[in-house]
Design a protein around this ligand. Structure first.
Ligand SMILES: Nc1ncnc2c1ncn2[C@@H]1O[C@H](COP(=O)(O)OP(=O)(O)OP(=O)(O)O)[C@@H](O)[C@H]1O
Ligand SMILES: [Mg+2]
Length: 274
């Protein structure tokens, strides 16, 4: 019997900050080339999951396997684009240098970039249409341009798995479209992409699979399987409002002390999971 290894296997993973459990026994498997949306309310543990997947946080329980081997054997094949507000953009570094950082994993921080690295960097800048910004300091960029720089850096890394934390939040429509087009090209190259979003319509229409979490795994399946009213209710609780039309309104921001609100309407065709 031939066994096709999954690219990514998450087994029974729990993560805590101190004694506060944030992810509890999460398990799922992803085959190569899939496009997965990670959906859940604020504080659900989406960013925490990403940090665990890239080895930035220790696991309290469980393990993460890539190509059948534990994390650490494969650091360079996982690229991670953090949520933009987690990055200090005042750092005085040029766009080209940030993109070149994507190459350091492949040959270490202290070796000099070689001509092949420069070619990959220029190609990545061009692919994200920011070659004209190469010498600009990242502190002088708009949100959408910053997003493109991070995408170019991830491309330069030539990853097998790309994690993007909320790339569609707070960016202009052109950058959103550029990101979606990039996702199509990455899929053709068999790159697995895992993307958190508060936009349930995007999750429903542009992704192969949806991972619904709220500190634990609520559902993992095709958008129609995962985004049912029952599952959304489990994940979002009282912030899910079902209209007479069958449309569902999610106030993704649960705690009243949080500033930002995202109201997202899910089209009624997902109401019954069809
Ligand atoms: N460094 C940290 N130390 C302690 N608690 C943390 C830390 N980072 C996150 N948390 C807490 O862990 C929980 C999950 O946070 P996380 O950022 O993973 O959620 P999220 O789903 O990404 O939310 P959002 O949609 O707002 O980005 C939250 O309760 C958060 O306050
Ligand atoms: Mg987050």
């Amino acid at each position: 019997m031939t066994h096709t290894p999954h690219r990514l296997e998450v087994e029974n993973v729990s993560v805590a900050y101190g004694d506060k459990n944030v992810l509890n026994e999460v398990s799922f498997q992803v085959t190569h080339g899939a496009r997965i949306a990670v959906v859940g309310p604020n504080g659900a543990g989406k960013s925490t999951l990403f940090k665990a997947l890239v080895g930035l946080l220790p696991l309290k329980t469980g393990r993460i396997l890539i190509h059948g081997l534990p994390l650490g054997n494969h650091k360079d094949c996982v690229a991670y684009i953090p949520q933009r507000e987690e990055v200090d953009w005042r750092f005085p570094v040029s766009v080209r240098d940030v993109v070149m950082m994507g190459r350091f994993n492949s040959h270490g921080w202290f070796s000099r970039p070689n001509p092949a690295d420069a070619v990959v960097v220029e190609r990545s800048l061009a692919e994200m249409s920011i070659a004209n910004l190469s010498d600009v300091s990242i502190s002088d960029l708009s949100g959408g341009q910053q997003q493109r720089v991070f995408l170019a850096r991830a491309l330069a890394q030539e990853p097998h798995i790309l994690l993007m934390d909320e790339p569609f939040t707070g960016v202009d429509i052109t950058t959103q479209d550029a990101t979606l087009k990039l996702l199509d090209r990455l899929q053709q190259r068999q790159v697995t992409t895992i993307i958190s979003t508060h936009d349930l319509n995007l999750a429903a229409t542009r992704f192969d699979m949806v991972l619904l979490i709220n500190k634990r795994l609520v559902a993992f399946g095709t958008p129609a399987q995962a985004l049912t009213q029952e599952n959304l209710q489990k994940a979002f609780g009282n912030s899910l409002l079902v209209m007479d039309s069958g449309a569902m309104l999610v106030d993704a921001c649960c705690p009243p002390d949080e500033e930002h609100h995202h109201d997202v309407v899910v089209e009624p065709f997902f109401k019954n999971g069809v």
